[in-house]
Design a protein around this ligand. Structure first.
Ligand code: FAD
Length: 396
């Protein structure tokens, strides 16, 4: 890894800032700041603005619209968007199923689904977990039985993020009971708008204020899925899922957003008054903040190192879970310290817009604190990430 300053990076940063100065609408930023994630209509409008600039699918392969950016440029892009409170994009579509379609999809599948992802016409959800399996997907019970040109899918998926607003779901289903449990899994693309699909939202601790982070139960009863919606070969779903899960570990930690949260925490500490002086001058609080800032520098380098590695590099398979564990715990601790810094205002700050007498930086802090508890579970629990590090990195 080269630590010398790259002049192309500062030019690129300026280019991104210029774009943000005209493309980013104040109302989108406001909603992103208050809520855990942007509402669907903001995601759609922002995705289209990014795609027009040819930056939406920047990390897809070049032939599908990707940009030949360096790892440094990719990080600067993430950082500038996060710092500006730019709306989210559909990371499940762009970061998970998009790359799988590019790598393993047929020409017909790519022609059907990639343009709709780029234009944010269709939102996607990920249907892997079930009531009896999350960490160990070999226990999947949802079945897909072949019936002429269709599979008929029956089962129950659980904790499915944004299923209630998604048009499409990619799912792991069981197509045979023969052989090892993972050998019987297939990877299907399911249209959520058809008969037999029922979505039941689950209200979580944070009040499920964000429609795009809401988790759901999805019941599939006799759902007909054309065989043309099978990714790759029947029974090889585990292969495609593993490739996707490796991507997931690296998109879940959201290091640039953690940097923004840290900057907000410093702003809070400078503004909030405790014992007649700014909180930042309180030696205990200050020590905690500085310790987090130092830790963030290490995490940021680790992340940049990960971005430099290609997907095929075996070391990437150790770095991704390491960044996932550290990133999750980091964002949880920032949210704890924010709440501590805000005292009563933090509890009022649920992001619902009902609390009008609190400073703007306090909006959403309470809900964010509760929502962050899930960071060490979603996308693979910290225990499972440690198992991967032990098995792949330490060969234990
Ligand atoms: C906010 C949120 C959003 C989610 N979104 C989605 C989604 O969109 N799509 C989707 O498919 N799933 C989603 N999930 C589900 C998520 O992937 C699972 O919750 C997660 O993989 C853990 O599975 P589980 O809940 O079944 O827990 P279990 O696998 O039952 O684990 C329970 C506990 O046992 C530990 N454990 C399990 N196995 C081992 C082991 N071998 N060694 C050590 N410890 C172990 C775990 O770490 C955990 O602490 C989401 C979850 C959350 C919280």
């Amino acid at each position: 890894m080269n630590f010398q300053p790259d002049p192309r990076i500062s030019d690129f940063r300026e280019e991104v800032r210029t774009f943000l100065s005209y493309a980013l609408q104040p109302a989108w930023r406001e909603r992103k700041r208050k809520l855990i994630s942007s509402p669907k209509e903001d995601v759609r409008a922002w995705s289209r603005a990014l795609d027009e600039r040819e930056w939406l699918v920047h990390d897809w392969p070049f032939e599908y619209g990707g940009q030949p950016w360096s790892a440094g440029q990719r990080y600067v892009f993430e950082e500038e968007l996060a710092m500006a409170y730019a709306p989210d994009t559909d990371r499940i579509a762009l970061g998970l199923i998009g790359p799988v379609l590019c790598k393993y999809g047929t020409e017909e599948q790519r022609a059907r689904y990639l343009p709709a992802i780029r234009n944010a016409d269709e939102f996607w959800c990920q249907g892997f977990s079930e009531p009896h399996c999350g960490s160990d997907l070999s226990g999947i019970r949802t079945t897909a039985a072949r019936d002429g040109d269709n599979y008929v899918v029956d089962g129950r998926k659980l904790w499915i993020t944004s299923a209630q607003i998604s048009e499409m779901m990619f799912a792991l289903v069981k197509t045979t009971e023969a052989g090892k449990p993972t050998r019987g899994l297939s990877f299907l693309l399911i249209d959520m708008r058809q008969p037999g699909v029922t979505v039941n939202p689950i209200i979580t601790l944070d009040g499920s204020l964000s429609d795009r982070e809401m988790v759901n139960e999805v019941i599939l009863e006799g759902v007909a899925v054309p065989t043309g919606n099978l990714i790759g070969d029947e029974g090889k779903g585990w292969l495609y899922a593993r490739s996707l899960l490796a991507h997931e570990r690296s998109i879940v930690p959201r290091i640039a957003q953690a940097k923004r949260d840290l900057a907000t925490l410093r702003e809070i500490a400078q503004t909030e008054v405790r014992n007649e002086r700014p909180l930042l001058q309180d030696p205990i609080f200050r020590a905690q903040l500085i310790s987090l800032e130092a830790e963030f520098s290490a995490l940021e380098f680790l992340y940049l190192r990960m971005l430099h590695l290609s997907e095929e590099d075996s070391y990437a398979h150790v770095l991704a879970p390491t960044v996932k564990i550290r990133g999750a715990s980091f964002r949880q601790r920032i949210s704890e310290l924010m709440l501590e810094a805000l005292g009563e205002n933090g509890i009022k700050a649920d992001g619902s817009g009902s609390a009008t007498l609190i400073p703007p930086y306090a909006e959403g802090v309470g809900a964010n604190y509760l929502f962050r508890r899930t960071a060490s579970i979603a996308g693979g629990t910290s225990e499972i990430q440690r198992n991967i590090i032990a098995a792949v990195g330490l060969e234990l």
